[in-house]
Design a protein around this ligand. Structure first.
Ligand SMILES: [Zn+2]
Length: 334
């Protein structure tokens, strides 16, 4: 596959964190405006190999200091969606945790309004559809996350389509979050959960039992056939994030990366950046790495994008329209 063509082909991305994906030039612009210690920005991009997930997450504290006002959030959301649109991502779900953006004087509904406004500005200017996923954070209590969700639901913002739990998985397993997933589903949000990023296949099974239609990362099922069977039976979509998975040591090395193994078994997978800036990547780069390490073809790339679309939290109309866009654009290459 050639980079120029991969970049031009329409793509779908379901697992992308807003805070980890604000373009570096936007972060710099925001930092300059508030006389921020610019040297700190050097720590935002995580090392190619971190010790573990917790080590990988360190740079986020710096980013969050620049995402606390309405203007900062609007600009961050706009610039992130624009960057994705410029590499022809046609459908994207952007996730963020409102409780990480209320350190100044914003309320949760204001956070939602700011992000939504930025997204709408990008959608007006570029050929991209973006929906939003709300993240609860594992290090926050169920009570705090429930309160956040009830504030979020008051906004009736129709860009919000799903709920996720992010943050340090080893310390806060999915066994404890049932009140949150139950409440979110009652309120009409669909569920995708981070699970199996830190070696625990049980977390994946538990997430599916809680109603997750998709699993963020899911790598741990690599060594658990029963969990793989369960994903197959339920039609669960695995949101794979190759660069990030190798950085956090969810997978040691490319040669151990389970994508082809999962595809062979019929498990539905899609490809994502996780954090465009923190992982210093783009969706184009992720596909180029997959062709470099596994020789994937345009046909596989097309099917990975159609799988993403099949698991997207959007309407059948949007899915039908984008699926025909994908069919047409990939036709000359497959
Ligand atoms: Zn993630």
């Amino acid at each position: 596959m050639q980079k120029k063509i991969v970049q031009q082909l329409p793509k779908v991305e379901l697992h992308c964190h807003l805070d980890g994906s604000v373009p570096m030039e936007t972060l710099k612009k925001l930092a300059e405006k508030q006389q921020f210690n610019m040297a700190l920005l050097d720590q935002v991009i995580a090392p190619a190999k971190c010790t573990d997930l917790v080590d990988y997450l360190k740079g986020f504290d710096i980013i969050h200091k620049l995402m606390q006002t309405y203007e900062q959030l609007e600009e961050s959301a706009y610039a992130t969606a624009k960057a994705a649109a410029l590499e022809n991502v046609r459908y994207m779900e952007l996730r963020f945790a409102p409780l990480l953006h209320i350190e100044a004087d914003l309320t949760v509904p204001e956070v939602i309004a700011a992000v939504s406004e930025g997204i709408r500005r990008a959608m007006k200017q570029y050929d991209i559809i973006v929906n939003l996923l709300i993240c609860g954070m594992r290090q926050h209590s169920n009570e705090d996350n429930l309160m956040m969700l009830s504030e979020v639901m008051k906004t009736k913002e129709d860009l919000m389509v799903g709920f996720d739990m992010a943050g340090p998985e080893p310390d806060f397993a999915n066994d404890h979050i049932e009140p949150l997933t139950t409440y979110a589903q009652e309120k009409g949000l669909q569920i995708t959960l981070h699970a199996g990023e830190c070696g625990c296949a049980h977390n994946v099974v538990q997430a599916i039992r809680l109603g997750a239609k998709r699993i963020g990362h899911g790598i741990a099922i690599q060594k658990d056939e029963a969990a793989q069977e369960f994903c197959l039976e339920k039609g669960t979509v695995i949101e794979m994030c190759p660069t990030s998975n190798i950085q956090t040591n969810a997978v040691k090395d490319w040669k151990d990366y389970p994508l082809l193994d999962f595809l062979e078994k019929g498990i539905t997978c899609c490809i994502n950046t996780d954090n465009r800036t923190v992982s210093n990547t783009t969706l184009t780069r992720e596909y180029m790495l997959l062709t470099e390490h596994f020789g994937i073809s345009y046909a596989t790339m097309k099917s990975l994008n159609l799988s993403g679309l099949s698991g997207a939290f959007t309407t059948v109309e949007v899915k039908a329209k984008l699926s025909s866009v994908i069919e047409k654009a990939y036709a000359p290459y497959v």
